[in-house]
Design a binder for this molecule. Structure first.
Ligand SMILES: [Zn+2]
Length: 334
């Protein structure tokens, strides 16, 4: 471990072993995850690192959380009347509704009896639709072969977003992946409809990317997992007009209430993006008392309940959970 990381890990350890009342008055920590995949080395590549945890790193994270925190369901963490414990509380959240939440993450959640909340982009659930960043990213990575990759490159060039040649080198996987991660970030500037159309032309992987409703029901029946909405189409809510925004909020909310026994009264903004109009319109759906952003920070039990902060977990931090404690400490002092 490099010196800087060792110092951060040491500070994180001290933070965890500080009595609760002195921990910057935090009520708890909401962690944000997306996917859990079988292969830890694949998850560690830069274009996957932020969104994918390998199952070994995920298990390590769960063991560390169990040792150091009170691991509670999200609604218990948000409950202002919950009795404070000796340890900081933590709640796990997963965004999007990836199929691997059922196949990879859930068996480990069960093993460690770890409660979790999953936020679904409802248009994708039970469908073959693909998340554009996954389909475009993996096609460019070469997962589906050179023919599919070349065809996508030609379409991206037509769209004015030439793919950097450095993605195609034969050597230095890490460097290639880093360039791909930066390129995918750059693509977010293109219109959402265009990105989805490009993704729809990419080859399908062998199974759907998203959960189906039967899996949702099975996970809910376990008593460990609850579900909430994360938009319908995963459109960025701040870019929508009044009618489009209403459709996203209404459709996602309606499906959750139809399909789940106990849908969460918590909304999760796609990409974390929200503004005053989004919060005002969401507040009119009286069912939602809380909403989750991606702004890093600790839950303090005060402030705007429709813009709650979270701490993101990457493969990098899941492998070295003391770095997560550092992130909590540094976001707590802001
Ligand atoms: Zn998302």
């Amino acid at each position: 471990m490099k010196l800087k990381q060792a110092l951060k890990a040491g500070a994180g350890w001290l933070y965890l072993h500080t009595p609760v009342p002195h921990r910057l008055h935090a009520e708890g920590v909401i962690l944000m995850l997306h996917r859990v995949i079988a292969d830890d080395r694949a998850a560690a590549l830069p274009h996957r690192n932020e969104l994918c945890l390998g199952s070994a790193a995920f298990e390590r994270l769960l063991r560390w959380l169990r040792r150091n925190f009170d691991c509670v369901p999200l609604m218990e963490l948000l409950d202002p009347h919950a009795a404070p414990g000796d340890r900081l509380r933590v709640a796990l959240t997963f965004d999007d509704g990836w199929r691997d939440n059922a196949t990879q993450a859930f068996p480990l959640l069960q093993r460690y009896q770890m409660p979790a909340s999953i936020f679904l982009s409802t248009d994708f659930i039970g469908s073959q639709r693909s998340f554009w960043w996954e389909s475009i990213g993996e096609t460019l990575w070469g997962t589906f072969g050179p023919t599919a990759r070349d065809a996508l490159c030609a379409r991206l060039l037509e769209a004015g977003a030439e793919v950097p040649a450095a993605i195609f080198g034969k050597h230095d996987h890490y460097r290639r992946s880093l360039v791909l991660a930066q390129y995918l970030q750059h693509l977010k500037q293109l219109p959402a409809g265009l990105l989805q159309a490009l993704a729809d032309q990419c080859p399908d992987s062998t199974e759907p990317q998203a959960l189906d409703w039967q899996q949702v029901r099975q996970l809910e029946d376990s008593g460990l997992v609850r579900f909430g909405p994360h938009g319908a189409s995963h459109a960025i809510l701040t870019g929508l007009d009044h009618a489009q925004l209403e459709r996203e909020l209404h459709d996602s909310s309606r499906l959750l209430r139809q399909r789940c026994r106990r849908p969460l009264p918590v909304y999760c903004y796609p990409n974390g993006d929200h503004d005053e109009q989004v919060r005002r319109q969401l507040a009119q759906h009286h069912y939602y008392r809380h909403a989750l952003s991606t702004r890093p920070g600790l839950f303090r039990g005060r402030g705007d309940n429709l813009a709650l902060p979270r701490i993101g977990v990457s493969q990098h931090t899941a492998q070295r959970p003391e770095l997560l404690a550092w992130r909590m400490l540094s976001s707590g002092s802001q």
